[in-house]
Design a protein around this ligand. Structure first.
Ligand code: ADP
Ligand code: MG
Length: 343
């Protein structure tokens, strides 16, 4: 035990790979284990999907500005997003919470109001969980179960050279919402008599505090007769997710800065913070939009659809993951998205 390796040396994704690489799947019905948005299990007629995500106070949320009800809602949504990223439908969740005595029954009730709202809206059943105490703070861990027809499952790894890269909705809003909340928190800390100035930021605050998972996108794609060749949800930031797709497919890709979909409010707020909207879109994270690739032959079906933006294309295996800047220069994509363990 003389060697000590710091967690930050491997980073979140390196650590997961390091810890899981020696596990071999023994069960014939384990179709996909570690390495995608959800695990895939063959249950006969359909595939069952399973995914889990944990939210930790002080890391993923700050209760100074996060209403408990919204927190419960978001904790469900971030899990469902991973099920939809497999092109599936979510069916059940389990909820595990660790609570310190700082929390009252009424406070936990608020969290569960949010969980209930999400269950009703997304039509998933709460079927169990676990409750325990902890010394400080609050941890919520949710597991979501879903299903998908076997011929409809979409992995991170299926893209081919020349496929088009598409995102749903718009990007960077959740991150800019967080910047506004952090700014107002500092103002409040310095002077508790000051009221937070949150007017005019409605859209981006909602993107941060009450995101939605794109169940509708799975539905739209079916309606349009499009099966993506690969898909991932955007939780850590577009750049980070593009690198996951590129790595999983073993192919390069190019995206175009000028194509990135950004809402006007996100754009204006980024400017206010002396950031470019592209930085927020690429590295912000928590947008919970879907990022996917489609065959060129599906171009006509999607090109005028307001829910989707084509942002680039897949390249051959010898090329890198790159972004073409507005001035035409080509940069290699770097993931500056949320990486736990970074100093
Ligand atoms: P996502 O951002 O879609 O939730 P993650 O980056 O959290 O995905 O996880 C990537 C993959 O690694 C998933 O297949 C996940 O189940 C797996 N994974 C994450 N943490 C662990 C762990 N501690 N042990 C085993 N597998 C893990
Ligand atoms: Mg995911």
């Amino acid at each position: 035990m003389s060697n000590r390796t710091e967690l930050e040396k491997l980073g979140e994704f390196g650590l997961i790979e390091h810890l899981t690489k020696d596990f071999k799947n023994e069960q014939p019905n384990t179709v996909k284990g570690v390495g995608d948005d959800a695990a895939v299990i063959d249950c006969g007629e359909k595939y069952t999907l399973i995914t889990t995500d944990m939210l930790v106070e002080g890391v993923h949320f700050n209760l100074m500005y996060t209403p408990l009800k919204h927190l419960g809602y978001k904790a469900v949504v971030v899990n469902l997003s991973d099920i939809y990223a497999m092109n599936g439908d979510a069916t059940q969740i389990t909820v595990s919470i660790a609570l310190s005595n700082r929390f009252s029954v009424e406070a936990v009730e608020e969290i569960y109001k949010g969980i209930k709202k999400a269950c009703e809206l997304y039509k998933v059943d709460l079927i169990g969980g676990d409750t325990t105490s902890c010394h400080s703070g609050l941890i919520i861990s949710i597991t979501a179960v879903g299903e998908v027809n076997k011929n409809e499952v979409v992995y991170r790894s299926g893209a081919n050279d020349n496929d088009l890269i598409v995102v749903s909705g718009d990007l960077g809003g959740a991150y800019m919402g967080l910047q506004v909340l952090e700014r107002e928190k500092e103002v409040y800390k310095n002077n508790p008599n000051m009221q937070p100035e949150l007017e005019g930021y409605d859209y981006i605050l909602e993107r941060q505090l009450k995101p939605e998972a794109r169940k509708d996108v799975v539905h739209f794609l079916k309606e349009m007769g499009i099966k993506p060749t690969s898909m991932i949800d955007i939780s850590d930031g577009l750049a980070s997710e593009l690198l996951h797709l590129s790595k999983a497919c073993g192919l390069g890709l190019s995206i175009y800065d000028e194509k990135l979909p950004v809402d006007q409010e996100t754009f204006n707020t980024a400017r206010e913070f002396n950031l470019t909207a592209s930085i927020a879109a690429l590295n912000g994270g928590e947008d919970y939009e879907l990022l996917f690739t489609i065959k060129q032959s599906d171009f006509e079906k999607i090109k005028d659809n307001k829910h989707f933006t084509i942002i680039g294309h897949i390249n051959d295996k010898n090329s890198a993951a790159t972004i073409v800047e507005r001035n035409g220069t080509v940069q290699e994509l770097k993931a500056q998205g949320f990486n736990h363990f970074k100093a």
